[in-house]
Design a protein around this ligand. Structure first.
Ligand code: HEC
Ligand code: HEC
Ligand code: HEC
Ligand code: HEC
Length: 111
């Protein structure tokens, strides 16, 4: 596990202790949840979104690993998608599971 994610995990644990509420509560979007740990800069260069989302994609992978390293819902999309194509950080809450049918019309679902 990278030092970067260890530091972030420590911050997440602190946030749980400090708030004494569940940091994984579902009424918080992914961007705010991550920003509590490391600010907007944890995903955006100087806190500003990039035009193409590539910089943000690099940041996701530097903490969570690459699509190729992940499970069967993720790995087939290596080289095809960015994380935010499925996990829209400002529009989805912590705990929300992305669906498949926005792109595949054969009734498949997350494994
Ligand atoms: C978990 C990573 C993450 C964090 C943390 C994050 N963002 Fe984002 N944000 C994204 C991604 C991914 C996009 C879409 C890609 C792009 O357009 O650059 C985005 C898009 C945006 C946009 C473009 C409009 C939109 O909603 O699509 C703005 C403005 C923005 N973010 C501001 C912020 C601010 C301000 C913060 C801190 C409070 C923040 N973001 C924290 C990942 C993050
Ligand atoms: C094709 C859509 C899709 C893409 C692209 C995607 N995810 Fe996911 N993700 C899912 C689904 C579905 C789940 C819930 C089922 C599971 O865990 O596989 C999930 C779960 C997760 C989880 C929580 C479960 C866990 O394993 O801890 C994390 C963290 C995560 N994704 C991170 C990422 C990151 C980082 C990327 C980009 C490198 C990414 N995802 C790209 C669909 C996607
Ligand atoms: C600085 C490190 C860091 C960056 C950058 C980062 N994450 Fe995370 N993320 C974490 C940590 C720490 C957690 C909480 C522990 C866990 O679930 O792995 C987390 C949790 C998550 C979860 C699970 C939340 C849930 O539902 O339980 C998803 C999904 C996720 N991140 C997606 C992303 C995506 C997408 C990006 C890029 C846009 C991103 N992360 C960028 C560190 C990071
Ligand atoms: C944002 C769009 C998008 C979402 C959402 C999405 N996929 Fe995909 N998926 C793609 C693309 C693009 C490809 C590569 C082209 C192809 O083979 O259809 C692909 C390919 C695949 C493949 C390999 C080829 C095939 O069709 O068998 C699998 C397996 C797969 N996806 C499973 C899933 C699962 C499971 C989910 C839901 C967790 C999901 N996808 C959600 C866009 C998406």
């Amino acid at each position: 596990m990278s030092n970067k994610i260890l530091v972030a995990l420590f911050a997440a644990a602190l946030a749980v202790l400090t708030l004494s509420t569940n940091a994984f509560a579902s009424d918080e979007n992914l961007a705010d949840f991550h920003a509590e740990m490391g600010g907007c800069e944890s995903c955006h260069a100087d806190g500003e979104p990039s035009a193409d989302g590539e910089y943000e994609f690099e940041q996701c992978q530097s903490c969570h690993g690459t699509l190729a390293e992940m499970d069967d819902n993720h790995a087939p999309h290596d080289g095809m998608l960015m994380c935010a194509d499925c996990h829209a950080p400002h529009d989805m809450n912590v705990g929300d599971v992305p669906t498949c049918d926005s792109c595949h019309d054969d009734g498949r679902s997350a494994q």
